[in-house]
Design a protein around this ligand. Structure first.
Ligand code: ADP
Ligand code: MG
Length: 238
């Protein structure tokens, strides 16, 4: 029970950190989108996550319900390409967290998120979209947990590094999906906004995971009873 409380507290903290970060980066993301799109990505993501905070405030049920509500808020509030892609994929992947937040369930969440993103958007790696950041992040996270047996925090740190390389990889690409594809070769030399917001979100998830898994949590701020989240160890009891 306490474990679920901590997971819920960690989730709320993560959503707050992401919302704060996207508010800070609003102008930057909009600048990126003005170069190869319609200059709304920063406003979209900021508005979307402010709505997430409103819609999830005070929720204390299952972690998967909170994540689902967050996806729903993004889906309903953010239009354009990014809203359905982020919101719909988060919603559909949220069921993977029905058993709580563990190394195993977060790998499943990440894989399903990528799968749904590609089902909806139809983009492959190399088309200059958020898929270019999500794909290496998900593959690196899964490999780090399942093959390299790394602790979730280290696996997530490696996933963030992989996402960052993915973001840099978008710069020289010619966009062949989404609004940026209308520019054809003129999209070359610009960093993809959606890949960049993906990286920011992952960085904030890592920052939050560090606070909670390293025990730096201030219980007064986050209402948590214990600064630990079960990782692989939780499975060993079964
Ligand atoms: P819009 O393009 O409708 O204005 P946003 O500006 O909020 O929406 O989001 C743009 C971002 O959406 C792009 O930078 C790209 O990463 C992502 N994107 C667009 N189309 C796709 C797609 N088909 N698959 C994956 N990501 C996409
Ligand atoms: Mg746009």
């Amino acid at each position: 029970m306490a474990d679920t409380d901590v997971q819920v507290a960690a989730l709320h903290a993560a959503l707050e950190n992401v919302a704060d970060r996207l508010a800070e980066e609003k102008t930057y993301l909009t600048d990126l989108d003005s170069a190869i799109g319609d200059a709304d990505h920063g406003a979209n993501m900021n508005r979307g996550f402010q709505t997430v905070l409103e819609q999830t405030a005070g929720m204390d049920g299952d972690p998967s319900e909170i994540v689902k509500a967050a996806g729903k808020a993004i889906l309903s509030e953010v239009g354009g390409a990014a809203g359905p892609l982020y919101g719909g994929s988060i919603m559909m992947a949220s069921g993977e967290l029905d058993e709580g937040i563990t190394a195993e369930t977060t790998v499943a969440f990440a894989e399903t998120y990528l799968e749904k993103l590609q089902d909806r958007g139809g983009a492959e790696v190399g088309q200059k979209t958020m898929v270019d950041a999500v794909t290496p992040a998900v593959h690196t996270y899964k490999k780090s947990i399942e093959q390299d047996d790394l602790p979730p925090l280290e696996a997530l740190a490696k996933a963030v590094d992989a996402a960052e390389r993915g973001v840099n990889f978008t710069v020289p690409l010619r966009a062949t999906k989404g609004r940026a594809s209308y520019l054809g070769w003129r999209s070359v030399g610009h960093q993809d906004p959606g890949a960049t917001s993906t990286l920011f979100i992952l960085e904030e998830l890592l920052k939050t995971a560090r606070e909670f898994l390293d025990g730096d949590l201030d219980p007064d701020t986050h209402d948590a009873t214990s600064p630990t989240i079960p990782d692989d160890g939780a499975d060993e009891e079964a």
